[in-house]
Design a protein around this ligand. Sequence first.
Ligand code: IPE
Ligand code: IPE
Ligand code: MG
Ligand code: MG
Length: 329
Amino acid sequence: MPETVIKSSKEILKPVESELQELNRRLVEEISPKSRALCGILQDIFAAGGKRLRPALSFLFAKALGAEVQEPIYLIAEISELIHTASLVHDDIIDNSLIRRGKPSTNSKFDNAVTVISGDFMFARAAVNLGKLGVNEITALYASVLEDLCDGEIRQVEKKFSTDVDWDYYYSKTYKKTASLFEASCKAVALVLDSSLQEAASEYGKELGLAFQIIDDLLDYKSDTKTLGKPVCSDLREGQITAPILRCLETANNLDREELVGIINKLSTGEMEFDTRVLDLLEATSSIEHCKQMAKNHCQKAIQAIARLENNEAKSALIELAQWVSDQV
Ligand code: IPE
Ligand code: IPE
Ligand code: MG
Ligand code: MG
């Protein structure tokens, strides 16, 4: 039987490789704040890599709609990557995280003041791009993405170490902190090129974004720092009750549930760093498998959402990308 080869995201994104290269050039060479110090930090951040998934979605959508990637699409791609990267720079301060994209995080190299300002500058530059684009509907779309991001992050802060959370909470904050930007990266392109496809684009982006964050939550327990380029087993230490923990709390027997709640309480008081018993409890409740299936269902919905687009290389890449997301675990 032929071996199933799992492609990397880079291979899947081949149809938009040259557009991604141009985007990287623009991010490194053109986002130059007047401040020399800020300029160095921003170049450092963008040169560190990252998968550039959100811009890739915009480029792929444009091509899937049969269009060439022109200036408005580059502006949209840049807006999404700027907002995303700024949110990571701020998120690493919030999460006390010292590694990002396989390199020391900005907050590990500079003080928090400079780190916050460099993120703010990226948000500001995204706003400048929205001005250049000059499409009210897209400005409103990204304005609500920014609102969602703040709302999603504050919910996480408010619910730190709280075991009194449910799937409504999880889905609402996951949409806001992650899926909303995925959705906008696709929808904005449809608004420019063919607004009759905006719902399909939104649905694809939203479902992919939900799946992406669920899988990211699983990778925190199942991957390693080298592969991910960021710390692992850090969500619970930081008080984040993510999808697998939520599932475990919901399905463990009373004794195991009490043990898990006890561990979370100890982590919250700093009595403990991380207890590998958590991994046993996740295993005993098949929580990773269950959440992987949840992510798969979202990926399936994403694929269904674009069923009526004409078949071409870019559409195939969007489908493969959805399969790749859930295949990572
Ligand atoms: C990380 O996103 C943050 C989440 C939404 C889970 P990515 O995994 O897309 O980060 P980079 O840009 O590739 O570093
Ligand atoms: C994603 O959340 C960050 C934002 C969307 C702002 P995470 O905290 O899970 O991201 P990572 O795991 O640090 O990349
Ligand atoms: Mg984080
Ligand atoms: Mg994470």
